[in-house]
Design a protein around this ligand. Structure first.
Ligand SMILES: [Ca+2]
Length: 111
């Protein structure tokens, strides 16, 4: 579910697409009915250093700290993971809140 952002063709992204424009207050990417896991892995690209806000089932969980990647907004996408418990069937949302930065997201994996 995309709010304030969009799917962009990207030959270097998985399946040929990335989520672009996650860049204004309240913009978010939400994944529903995710599998249970203890880690979330993000594949992303950004020229920015800073956090984005992670929500699990609508409740703020974490400021995920992203570091600038070599290609700025585009290729290469870089992997970053955090350890956090995700219950089966949760919704996981990455959102731009006050003080957060913008990223382009290739995909996430919960495991
Ligand atoms: Ca946007």
């Amino acid at each position: 579910m995309l709010t304030g952002c969009y799917v962009q063709d990207d030959l270097h992204a998985s399946n040929g697409f990335r989520v672009d424009g996650i860049d204004a207050m309240g913009d978010s990417v939400e994944f529903t009915q995710v599998p249970a896991g203890t880690h979330i892995m993000f594949w992303y690209a950004t020229p920015n250093n800073g956090p984005m806000s992670l929500y699990v089932n609508g409740i703020f969980r974490w400021h995920v700290q992203f570091a600038a990647t070599p290609g700025g907004w585009a290729y290469p996408f870089v992997r970053m993971e955090i350890a956090t418990d995700i219950p089966e069937g949760s919704s996981v949302k990455l959102q731009v809140d006050y003080g957060d930065v913008a990223i382009n997201l290739d995909y996430i994996q919960i495991y």
